[in-house]
Design a protein around this ligand. Structure first.
Ligand code: UT7
Length: 323
């Protein structure tokens, strides 16, 4: 069961109308109409992935009444770690002083938190751990191409943290579904700068180590996969769409969210949307939305929430949770 949640974002808010001032040929109307995004948070010089993960984790631990010493495991979903080696999760472990916790990252892009929650649940069911910290966090501003209007307007920075504890049968994850399709990896990737094409001055100059996306193709796949994942999760949980009190989808684009909700037959009043204020924060988007939904009183004891995610890989999945 989810025992506590928290989030943290960098202080600086970057509004749509500021892109023009850095030489990007775009405007507020285009971004709002095509994506629903109004603004996003962008990290400043002193901020790191570890610093926002730590703040989000402290908030979740305070909400759950759990100390760092009680954590058995830390899972971080991210595609923008502070260092390529070691993992973001061990940096977080050190920052928290969670010396008992085993720590590892999940590389599933925007589905990272959802995958992490399912790994946590499976490890708890196996009896290996009692208390797990699952974080989804990104500093996408550090890995996007700030000269590419197709991508730089979409993303934001942030971290969402969740404390999960072993649940009774009536509460916790009722159903979960995970899928991947690596044959479509080229549609959303960082083509170079990894071990296949180690960094060179040429790669740096052309920016091929930065996020590259074929937006329209990704859009179609996102809608198809998230719609299917909602159907699967409902089938597995033996529930119908009217049983869902709140749908919390990955916040990539309000049009993708609306299409997914329509397919799942969940009215927009029951769908959580905050992409307008945060942009697409990849793995952080769902846990940030969950924390806001709890703070707004939209998730209480007994509330049934369906989560659905989609990201680079492709990776996607869904989860139905009774709180
Ligand atoms: O997190 C999970 C992975 N990511 C996603 O799920 C994102 C999926 N994709 C999308 O959200 C949308 O495809 C975008 C928001 C990226 C683009 O929206 P679209 O309606 O699919 O637009 P488009 O790609 O069809 O482009 C339409 C036009 C193009 O111009 P032409 O070729 O029609 O003349 C683009 O060059 O809009 C142009 N354009 C822009 N114009 C102003 C692209 N980016 C911008 C921009 N400002 N920032």
């Amino acid at each position: 069961m989810v025992a506590g949640t928290g989030y943290a974002v960098p202080k600086r808010v970057f509004r749509n109308d500021e892109f023009a001032s850095i030489g990007i040929d775009t405007d507020d109307a285009w971004i709002r109409e095509r994506t629903g995004i109004r603004e996003r948070h962008i990290a400043g010089p002193g901020e790191t992935l570890t610093s926002i993960c730590t703040e989000a984790a402290h908030n979740a631990m305070a909400a759950a009444g759990v100390s760092a010493a009680e954590l058995d495991m830390i899972i971080v979903g991210t595609c923008s770690p502070d260092r390529l080696l070691p993992s973001a999760s061990v940096e977080l472990q050190a920052a928290l002083g969670a010396s008992r916790a085993v720590a590892f990252d999940v590389g599933a892009a925007c589905s990272g938190w959802l995958y992490g929650m399912q790994v946590a649940e499976a490890m708890m069911a196996a009896g290996s751990v009692e208390t797990v910290l699952v974080v989804g966090a990104e500093l996408l501003s550090r890995i996007v191409n700030w000269k590419d209007r197709n991508t730089c307007v979409l993303f934001g920075d942030g971290a969402g943290a969740t404390i999960v504890k072993r649940s009774t049968k009536q509460r916790g994850i009722l159903a979960s579904y995970m899928r991947s399709d690596g044959t479509l990896a080229d549609l959303l990737d960082r083509p170079k700068g990894g071990a296949a094409y180690p960094m060179t001055a040429e790669i740096l100059a052309e920016g091929s180590h930065l996020v590259h996306m074929r937006g329209r193709e990704v859009f179609k796949n996102a809608v198809r996969s998230m719609a299917d994942a909602c159907d699967r999760a409902l089938d597995l949980a033996k529930l119908s769409s009217s049983d869902i009190d709140l749908l919390i989808p990955h916040q990539a684009n309000v049009r993708i969210i609306e299409a997914t909700a329509k397919h799942a037959n969940v009215p927009m009043e029951k769908v959580f949307v905050n992409v307008d204020r945060f942009g697409n924060t990849s793995a952080a988007s769902i846990p940030i939305a969950l924390d806001e939904a709890i703070a707004q009183g939209r998730v209480k004891d007994g509330t049934i929430v369906m989560f659905v995610a989609f990201g680079a890989g492709f990776t996607w999945g869904s989860m139905v949770v009774r709180f």
